[in-house]
Every structure is written in structure tokens, then in C-alpha cells.
Write a protein that binds this ligand. Structure first.
Ligand code: HEM
Length: 481
């Protein structure tokens, strides 16, 4: 805190002194161009390069406001690949091809702008950590498993998912604490705001400038807050474990400790890491899926019937959830239409490769795959139509990838290959249980037309419009179970 306040003066200086900014630009501009030329890894045509845009301000603005348009424009001008300044290269390449390339994971977000090592971004680092402690835990532990009134999905669902997820992540003490809830929910948003702010600066001064940006100060402050909130829980657990009959804890704090096996890892940073990976991704899927289901009253009734039968036969078990196949299909259909990102599978090529179309990708090139396969009429008939039975039919015809938690080149929202999301089983079950319970307890109807929704694209990301209420109407009903 104290250290940060020292930087307050410099932060406001940077924000306000445009003359200094301009002078910096004049002095450092040529270096930037040289560095950019030197580091640009391939000769792919760049879609957001503009004359005299030395600091890439225009390139960044174009990327954040119109990434999809840029991809489309690039496609029209160049038949094969396009690339983005300071962003991943974006070959027009399919998910299955990427599997055959020598690649390693290249994280979107913080690592993509070289900032994942900065203080404040520790949570993100716990996921990219090559020791894979967090990833292994998720892989091992998360796999099994009377009057109409308006509710605002934008506000309510993140808290709902927060409560459900945090009970497993951080355990009972903090999961119901509103301060902890606010912290974990807002950390991802702070992180992305920081990344966006940093991208406005030339790469070579980012290692210095991040110290002065208010967005980074907020991230650092949150990491300190998480540490101080978790400390008493860790101390009291340590004390309880030293007793003769130590209680058994069953949450990620415990599982991470076991997996780390004496290797140093900060539990608070891990908790923020879980929040980044899990909360907004799952909430977005739940929110969009509910909006689609609500817009189809007959579907609500069909899903309710399916859930009733599944729970009567098998209870709220894995077997019961397996039987909710129409629900599974409807959610996967929403995910196809709103994948959360217009480019996925972000990777870095680890050796020089030449694509079948002759394009050379030197080692170090960052690539990604356009999500448009999910809207391609050659793959999915009537791709713009919401068809909740689509994946159910595919599943019944023997396509094992048509299950919500599965991933395939035609639907790679959870990624693919070695880095495929290890939390996809947990997320799928969580969303299914949440919708099943809501549909059993409430009558639902849409308040807004589903076409008038609600998704904005910022860079490659697609998410619900922040601050815009997404309302549905619900009415408590007599439960059958
Ligand atoms: C609907 C919800 C979710 C979506 C759409 C989603 C999506 C993704 C995607 C696209 C990746 C990168 C995969 C790749 O590049 O091949 C990923 C990685 C990851 N996800 Fe998820 N995720 C979700 C929920 C969760 C949850 C609930 C958890 C934790 C319980 C989780 C933990 C992780 C972790 C640890 C990684 C890193 C895997 C690695 O690098 O090997 N995710 N997720």
C-alpha cells in the first residue's frame, strides 16, 4: 500500500503530462520501430498496421473495437493467413491442423502482452506455472464428477456461480464471505483492465510503466488482500492439523498442498488463479444458456420433464446428470453460438514450420484459430439458428464429441489437445445442475428478445455487455421432487 502510494504521483504525471508523452515518443519512437521490426516473427500480412502509428495506438484501438472485422477484412484481401500487431498471428487454419504443428501453449491475456511476470499478476502465473500444480489438481479432482418477477442475470448469476465454485475452491469459511466474493469476482476484470492499459504502451517500456498504472496498482492491492484474508484460515488449519485427531479438509487449499508436496506455491495466488479460470467463464455460459432456454417456453417444459425423470431414477448423481442429455445439448448449442472468444487455441510454434498453403511460420510465431468453424454452414446446417436438439441428434448418431464437456476441432470452446481445459467437467456439471435446479423451482420467461442480446466483442473476447442488465422473469413453482 505504502509502496504504491509513492507511485501515485508518477502515475498521475504519466496520465496527465502529454508533453512528456510526446517527447518520449519522439526520442523512443525510432527504437520502437527497430524493436518491432526485429521481433516481428513472420512475414504474414498484418491487418492492423497503419502508417505513422509508431506506438501502435491505432492498431490497439482497432484490435479492441473490431477484431472480427479485421479478420474478415484480412480474409478478403489475403486468402491464407493474417496477423495482428502485438497480438497473435491468426492463420486461417483449422483446429485439427494445429494439433499436427509443433506448438506450445501461448496464453491470451496477460502473457500475450508480456506482463504475466509483473506483480499483481501472480494469480495468472499459478495457471501458466510449468510445474502444473494447479492444472494437475483440476485434472485429478474436478473430473468425476407465485408471482412473476424480474431477476437480473448480470448481477445475480456471477454471485450464484461464485458461491457454488468457491465452496469447492476455498472451503466453507471464505466462500460465503461477501468481501472474499467481491475480491474473487472482480480480480479477473481488474486483470483484463490492466492488460488493456499496458497494451497501450510500447513493449520495451512495459517492465517499467506497469508500476505506475492505476490498473496494476489495483491488481497488486487485490493480491495483498487475498493473502491477508486467507492467512487466518491457513493458520487455523495448521493448528487443527497438529491436534491428535486432525479434521479432514476437502477443498483446493488442501489438494494444492498435497499436489505441491513441499514445492513452494502461494495458496492465495492459487485461489485468485482458480477465480480467473473458472468464475466468469462458467457464469457467461450459464447466463447465455439460460437466456436461450427462457426464450423457448416449450424447451423449458421439455428440459423440466427430462430433469424430473433423471433425478427420480438416479438422484443428483453423475448418472443423473448423464441422463440430462437435452439440457446438455441445449447448453452446448449456446456455447457454439457464443463461444466467448472469436479466436481460440492460442499457441506458439516451437520450430519453423511451413503450412500446406506454403506460408512459413518461424519458431516463436504466435498463432490462433478463428472460431468461425462453429458458424460454418458446411459443418453445422443453419448455423445462425438456435437448435437445442442439434447436439442431442449428433450424440444419438454416435458422435461422442457432441457431449458438453467434450472438445473437438468443430467445437473447441474448451480448447484442444494437451492444454484442453481440465475444468470442463466441473464447469459442465455446474451449469447443468444450476439450470436444472432453476427450472425445477421456477417458471421462466424471457424479458428481452434473445436476438437483442447482449454480447460485445472486445478484441478476441466475446462477453455480455458489462453494466447492461440482462433480465428474465421468474415465478416460484410447486416442486415435484
Ligand atoms: C465454461 C467454463 C469454462 C470455459 C469456457 C473454459 C475454457 C478454457 C480454455 C479455452 C482453456 C485453454 C485451452 C486450450 O488452449 O487448449 C482453458 C484452460 C484452463 N481452464 Fe478452463 N474453462 C472453463 C472453466 C474452467 C473451470 C471451472 C476451471 C477450474 C475448476 C478451469 C480451469 C482451467 C485451467 C487450470 C486451464 C489451464 C489448462 C492448461 O494450461 O493445461 N476452467 N479453459
Amino acid at each position: 500500500m505504502e509502496q504504491d502510494s509513492k507511485f501515485g504521483f508518477f502515475a498521475s504525471l504519466i496520465a496527465r503530462l502529454s508533453t512528456t508523452h510526446v517527447l518520449l515518443a519522439i526520442v523512443l519512437g525510432p527504437f520502437t520501430i527497430a524493436i518491432f521490426r526485429y521481433t516481428r516473427p513472420s512475414d504474414l500480412p498484418v491487418v492492423n498496421a497503419y502508417p505513422y502509428d509508431f506506438f501502435h495506438q491505432k492498431a490497439h484501438t482497432a484490435y479492441f473495437s473490431n477484431a472480427k472485422g479485421l479478420i474478415e477484412e484480412g480474409r478478403k484481401k489475403h486468402t491464407d493467413c493474417v496477423s495482428f500487431i502485438n497480438m497473435i498471428q491468426n492463420p486461417d487454419y483449422t483446429a485439427s491442423h494445429v494439433r499436427g504443428l509443433g506448438t506450445k501453449l501461448s496464453r491470451p491475456g496477460p502473457s500475450a502482452c508480456g506482463s504475466s511476470c509483473y506483480p499483481g499478476f501472480e494469480a495468472n502465473r499459478t495457471i501458466t506455472d510449468p510445474r502444473k500444480i494447479v492444472i494437475n489438481v483440476v485434472r485429478k479432482k474436478f473430473n468425476q464428477n407465485r408471482h412473476w418477477h424480474t431477476v437480473n442475470l448480470s448481477e445475480d448469476l456471477i454471485r450464484f456461480v461464485g458461491r457454488m465454485s468457491e465452496a469447492v475452491f476455498v472451503g466453507p469459511d471464505l466462500s460465503t464471505n461477501p468481501e472474499w466474493q467481491d475480491l474473487v469476482i472482480s480480480h479477473t476484470l481488474r486483470l483484463f483492465a490492466a492488460v488493456k492499459a499496458l497494451r497501450g504502451w510500447p513493449a520495451f517500456i512495459r517492465p517499467v510503466v506497469h508500476w505506475f498504472l492505476p490498473e496494476f496498482r489495483a491488481c497488486r492491492q487485490q493480491v495483498r488482500q487475498a493473502k491477508s484474508m486467507l492467512r487466518p484460515i491457513l493458520d487455523s488449519r495448521a493448528q487443527m492439523k497438529s491436534t491428535e485427531e486432525p479434521p479432514k479438509f476437502d477443498d483446493t487449499i488442501e489438494w494444492i498442498e498435497e499436489e505441491a508436496a513441499e514445492r513452494p506455491i502461494d495458496p492465495a495466488e492459487v485461489q485468485l488463479g482458480f477465480a480467473i479460470a473458472a468464475l466468469h467463464t462458467t457464469t457467461e455460459l450459464l447466463k447465455q444458456a439460460l437466456l436461450d432456454i427462457c426464450a423457448h417456453p416449450e424447451l423449458v417444459q421439455q428440459i423440466r420433464q427430462e430433469v424430473l425423470e433423471a433425478v427420480r431414477e438416479s438422484g443428483w448423481t453423475t448418472a443423473g446428470l448423464f441422463k440430462m442429455q437435452l439440457l446438455d445439448s441445449a447448453i452446448k448449442e449456446t456455447q457454439r453460438m457464443h463461444p466467448g472468444s472469436i479466436v481460440g487455441l492460442e499457441r506458439e510454434v516451437v520450430r519453423d514450420v511451413t503450412l500446406p498453403n506454403g506460408v512459413k511460420l518461424p519458431r516463436g510465431t504466435k498463432i490462433g484459430v478463428d472460431s468461425s468453424v462453429m458458424w460454418d454452414s458446411n459443418v453445422y446446417p443453419d448455423p445462425r439458428e438456435y437448435d437445442p436438439q442439434r447436439y442431442l441428434r449428433l450424440r444419438q448418431s454416435g458422435n461422442s464429441a457432441a457431449v458438453l464437456s467434450s472438445s473437438s476441432p468443430d467445437h473447441h470452446v474448451f480448447g484442444l489437445g494437451k492444454s484442453v481445459c481440465p475444468g470442463r467437467f466441473f464447469a459442465s456439471n455446474e451449469v447443468k445442475i444450476a439450470i436444472a435446479r432453476i427450472i425445477l423451482n421456477y417458471d421462466l420467461r424471457a424479458k428481452v428478445k434473445s436476438e437483442s442480446r447482449r454480447v460485445v466483442e472486445v478484441g478476441f473476447m466475446m462477453f455480455s455487455m458489462p453494466g447492461v442488465p440482462l433480465e428474465i422473469e421468474i415465478k416460484r413453482r410447486q416442486e415435484e421432487l
